[in-house]
Design a protein around this ligand. Sequence first.
Ligand code: DGJ
Length: 569
Amino acid sequence: MKRLRLILAAAGLLLAAGAAAQPALVTRDGVTRFEIDGKPFVMFGGELHNSTSSSEQYMDDIDVWEQMKDAHFNFVIASASWELVEPQEGRYDFSSVDHVIRNARKHGLKVVMIWFASWKNGYSTYAPGYVKRDPKKYPLAEDKDGKTLNVLSTFGKASLEADKKAYAALMRHIREIDPDHTVIMMQVENEIGILGGPRDYSAAAEKAWKAQVPADMTAYLTAHKGHLYPELEKVWAANGYKTRGNWEEVFGKSFEKAEDWKEFPRYTEELFQAYHYAKYVGEIAAAGKAEHNIPMYVNNWIKQPGMGAPGQYPSGSPQPWVLDVWRAAAPAVDMIAPDIYANVFEWTLGQFAMGGNPVFIPESRGDTAKALYAYGEFDALGFAPFGFDGPQEGNFFGVSAEDFARLGACYGILSEMGTLLPDNYGSDRMRGLLVGTDNPTPSVTMGDYVLTLQSSVRDRRAVNYGQGAEQMAAQNAALAARAQQQAQSGALVIQTGADEFYIVGCNARFSFQSTSAKDGQVLHEVIEEGTFKDGAWVPLRRLNGDEDNVTIMGVGARRIVLYRSTVGK
Ligand code: DGJ
């Protein structure tokens, strides 16, 4: 499975390889790792709530830096907002950024900084007042009925220039104050795209919609014919692989309604809108890189059940089926990254890993099982739950204290594994497993063994001791909620010898079979619980007798040695 993905990655476009002595995405043999000073840096962290980094005092009050250290973070995603960076036209103020960099450095953490500027979750609420108040100069997108949206139009030249100028100033400033690269990566804008419809219908957009598909787009299509995302290849082929014509001539008239959320309604409009977002954001990223060349990515609000059409999720956003468009129009953007809140984790990672795009998850719920799966199965560069820094008024997103503690324990183990983790990126000797509602017993074959995972948490019901129906119902609801929490079950497995495996698991119970029907039962020679320290395994108990099973409650690690016995033969 992993190997197949690598072949596909090698056939696709490989991403920018950077110079050694700074943060860079480095692709070797079809495998991309994030490196700092030429050494792999697997990222363990989380994203702050949107408003947290606007105040140093607030961050101190909630002791957020200590929280991150305790949870074994090595990076944090914090935001820089355009309205604070440029409070008045042409006057920049970087104090909201400086304190984040200064405190991160003090606590030995790296920073991924989000540029909340022209767009945030589709809308343009982070633009400075001078932009918001002048829609003539900084035009807004329009819906089909000609109503303006609170979304800057990608066709606003002045908006692009203003955003670009501010971002370039920010990157210049970071270069000046951050020679040791505390800031390792930038996210340019946030969850961009049009909501409510498939595209912008303003006059400028209408003109572009009827115009020829731009030459850089058709040149890219020609150069990558046969290696495009399957749906793009399909619609382009169905229209005769045209290299001239307007959007509907080249890609066809798209259908409106889908039967299934995974289909592609309004695809031509989405391609069009993606091109114009990519062009705009690509220029901003390029201007920033010209000042300070560190990796830059774009994140997105993903397609999911109930939000299968562009406009239900932001249209034009960097989704895998428009990745080719983004690569054509925004070569300065290094990767596209999913924000995964919906229960479509495996499918989403499979999509985002296509075409050699490295997997990086800047936002998610704080599910440790999913983190293990992402690192183990998709060689994730990094994982980050959104809003680990406590509940916010009027915002139900965020990580529970229980999830945060569990994820911290997991990061604690993974971050002490040394190079064992990144050395196994791209290799079938490292795998990830995730229990899902439709897959309660996932299994993988590694060498001579089939490893099967199931949740180590059993469903429990309240004991009836005559407490009455209402109380019973309340107790059962509490138990169900707890079971739901604990149901997070997943693992990362690394094979280090023919019979030896290291497992980092969350609520995980393993069973083993041989790949050969000739063998008897697979039995355990050694089961050790333990952890890693500075890249070395540190055993704690040797498990046998009543504990002769590979069962992890909560988060933990095991070293196991198996053998294929004659028992049962
Ligand atoms: C996704 C966005 O990207 C985040 O900035 C945040 O708004 C979360 N949704 C939810 O609060």
